[in-house]
Write a new protein. Structure first.
Length: 326
């Protein structure tokens, strides 16, 4: 009899993933003693190089699986793992550390928004970009405006240096979704961004990475974005509440990601609350609003959840997150 209720399903999907990885030239195996009620780990290595482990999750309510990579030691193999998971493998040496790659991030700190970008060629840094975003271009989107600015500045650099195609790594889902028109651009800043991408002649390969999980270049882009924000003095001391809200929300999203739950930062509304969209397979399944005012200090409001089990899980995780010593 299986030790866990969903052991058979998890082992079957993990073995399928292992075989796909092996066909792509990657050594993979189920990690001993890693089985849990809803997850199992798969170790990944190549040429005696240990990349760490990917985690296969099972959700019984929808009879579906997902794969997370936050425990990988080296995220350069992430695109290959994604391809194998979705059934379209390519060999590691076909994509890793080849051509131009860009890591972007945004930050809202001390009442100012900054952007950061790391540009690599064949795995080596060739340029680092950072700066502040003018308040007139932020329009209530705060750090998201920084994320978008990072992409735009990086692509402008690429055009100046005759780069024909580039891989862009980002941790906020809207970066790709607005660019590919899968999300409707409703705000002036997102509309301008979408138009910029449409008019850009560079071929772009989009790659989502998990934030706050130790990815070297993603962390570096985050540091640069914070540096960019610090380069502009805030014009209003009242924005300190918003700065605290952004930092708390980013930390909360990282907390969720580490527990296998996808979440996307929408934006700050009316300078009162930050909206986080809870996602499953890029589909919005619930909304988490976090208020931060003098009367409501980090007060959450959950709504539009299609799955009451998921809502209860998010509420429980928030209690765990809020009780931690920050």
């Amino acid at each position: 009899m299986p030790a866990y209720r969903f052991e058979d399903q998890l082992r079957a999907r993990a073995l399928e993933f292992v075989r796909a990885l092996e066909r792509a030239g990657v050594t993979a195996a189920i990690v001993d003693n890693s089985l849990r009620e809803y997850s199992i780990k798969v170790s990944v290595s190549q040429n005696e190089r240990d990349f760490g482990a990917a985690i296969v999750y099972y959700k019984p309510t929808s009879d579906s699986f997902s794969m997370r990579m936050h425990e990988l030691k080296d995220k350069s193999i992430a695109p290959l793992l994604e391809a194998c998971w979705h059934g379209a493998p390519q060999r590691v040496d076909e994509h890793r550390n080849s051509g131009y790659e860009v890591y972007v991030d945004g930050s809202f700190s001390g009442g100012a928004t900054g952007y950061g970008a790391v540009i690599l060629k064949d795995g080596k840094v060739v340029e680092e970009l950072f700066g502040a975003v003018d308040s007139s271009e932020v329009a209530g989107t705060y750090q998201i405006a920084g994320e978008l600015a990072g992409v735009k500045h990086a692509l402008t650099w690429c055009r100046k240096h005759s780069v024909k195609q580039v891989s862009i790594y980002y941790d906020y889902l809207g970066i790709e979704k607005w660019a590919t028109r899968k999300w409707k651009a409703n705000q002036p800043v997102t509309q301008a961004y979408a138009q910029f991408i449409r008019e850009c002649p560079i071929k772009i390969h989009w790659h989502k990475v998990d934030s706050h999980t130790g990815d070297r270049w993603n962390d570096r882009a985050d540091t640069l974005a914070k540096k960019g924000a610090q380069s502009m003095k805030p014009d209003d001391a009242e924005k300190e509440l918003i700065s605290e809200l952004i930092e708390k929300t980013e930390s909360w999203i990282g907390f969720l990601m580490l527990r296998g739950i996808d979440a996307a930062f929408d934006r700050v509304y009316n300078e009162l609350y930050a909206r986080v969209i809870v996602l499953v397979d890029d589909q919005a399944l619930g909304t988490f609003d976090l208020y931060n005012t003098k009367k409501k200090k980090f007060s959450p409001y959950l709504h539009n959840f299609r799955d009451e089990e998921l809502k209860a899980q998010i509420e429980s995780l928030w209690q765990e997150f809020a009780s931690r010593r920050q």
